[in-house]
Ligand binder design. Structure first.
Ligand code: PLP
Length: 398
């Protein structure tokens, strides 16, 4: 009999793993399902990226192994974009690294800095790659709860001193998935200072930096003086360019840190498909023009969904960034029960807060992945599930 590793067994489950099966059955039965689950916009990838990809496919050179060096044009475009977007320079050869989506880099990073028994600090609710990569690398994840009363900020000041002493890595993500919270420069300064004091590598996940609303501008961790000593920053083309399935992102940071991650990746993958890197370079060079319409559409969706959810009886603030609404469940219903009921009774897929770890209980997440009208319909249907909960038809959170 094949025995599985303790690390595999230690990976947290997805509490609502049955959602795809329920969804499929409902669709087969003719139900009009509105899927607000995954953060995967219905908007198409940029035509220029599709054309660049199609051209690259005609050239056999792009079908070769990319290795970690990858396509110099992608690294150069990434460095140019960083300079235009944030105003600072990273060397394309030694200080940038193409990734097979930022998830790949984030989940491989613990292998570069963690020894068995070391601690990584992971936010909860949070993106699953942080805890998964930590456990697979043999780290002990320390769960830092993101609480509404602290504006969903991962506060290293609240982590006990002995944990900070043992911590090698912390994952910080703003604009945040799933809470849509944003971080001020003052918060980032405090966070960098603690990482410097305890020699903790700061993995700054900036996957949503360009999906911002109402004129808000999301900072880079490198806007904080001294951050280069301790931080790596991760960017993704998935959300800004509707290229989730293409698997392309990149990391920036000082050469020693980039080299460490490169070394891990040399043994686990051979870099993103070169044709995708070429398309990514084209997209990055036109980022300002390409992202503006996606951002504007998301803002329309946010406005429509927030208004409709309020009308349906939910209390929520309009977030400044990301592509999610993190909605509190009144009345203490279990979020998994709410999500299951919402799907079975009304055909709306939302993610229960508990899917992001126990600290996410009491909330559900909506991804703004469909047009405003569909979001309004979804909100009205969710209002029915809320009313059912108020009548006591849902299990309470434990
Ligand atoms: C916070 C966060 N980081 C990283 C990613 C991964 O993005 P990519 O498609 O680049 O792997 C996601 C995707 O949902 C995310 O929510």
């Amino acid at each position: 009999m094949i025995e599985f590793s303790e690390r595999l067994r230690a990976l947290p489950g997805y509490p609502l793993a049955e959602i795809p099966a329920i969804k499929r059955k409902l669709i087969e039965a003719g139900v009009d399902v509105i899927d607000l689950g995954a953060g995967d916009n219905d908007t198409p990838p940029p035509a220029v990226a599709v054309q660049a990809m199609s051209d690259a496919l005609q050239d056999p050179a792009y079908s070769k192994y990319g290795f970690q060096q990858g396509l110099p044009a992608f690294r150069q475009a990434a460095a140019r974009w960083v300079e235009r977007r944030f105003g600072f320079q990273f060397d394309p050869v030694t200080e940038t690294l193409p990734l097979i989506g930022s998830k790949e880099g984030l989940s491989h990073l613990p292998f570069a800095v963690v020894n068995p028994g070391d601690v990584t600090i992971v936010p909860e609710p949070g993106y699953q790659a942080y805890i998964g990569g930590s456990i697979l690398a043999g780290a002990e994840p320390y769960i830092a709860p993101l609480l509404a009363e602290h504006e969903f900020l991962l506060e290293l000041e609240h982590v006990p001193e002995p944990v900070l002493q043992r911590a090698r890595l912390v994952f910080v993500n703003y604009p945040n998935n799933p809470t849509a919270a944003v971080a001020s420069l003052e918060y980032l300064e405090r966070t960098v200072a603690i990482c410097r004091r305890y020699d903790i590598l700061l993995a700054y996940d900036n996957a949503y930096c360009d999906l911002t609303f109402d004129g808000y501008r999301a900072p880079s961790i490198f806007e904080i003086p001294g951050a280069r000593a301790v931080a790596l920053e991760f960017f993704s083309l998935s959300k800004s360019f509707s290229m989730t399935g293409w698997r392309i992102g990149f990391a920036i940071g000082r050469p020693e840190l980039i080299t460490a991650l490169t070394r891990v990746k040399s043994y686990t993958d051979t870099g993103p498909f070169l044709a995708v890197q070429q398309a990514g370079a084209v997209a990055l060079d036109q980022a300002e023009a390409l992202v503006a319409p996606i951002r504007a559409e998301l803002e329309r969706r946010r406005d429509a969904a927030v208004a409709a959810l309020r009308e349906a009886g939910f209390a929520l603030e309009a977030p400044k960034a990301a592509m999610y609404l993190w909605v509190a469940l009144p009345g203490g219903s279990a979020s998994a029960a709410f999500a299951k009921r919402a799907l079975e009774d009304t055909g709306v897929v939302v993610l229960p807060g508990s899917a992001f770890g126990p600290a996410g209980e009491g909330y559900f997440r909506i991804a703004l992945t469909v047009a405003p009208d569909r979001l309004r319909q979804a909100a009205a249907r969710l209002g029915l599930t809320l009313a059912a909960g108020r009548r006591g038809a849902l299990a309470p959170a434990t």
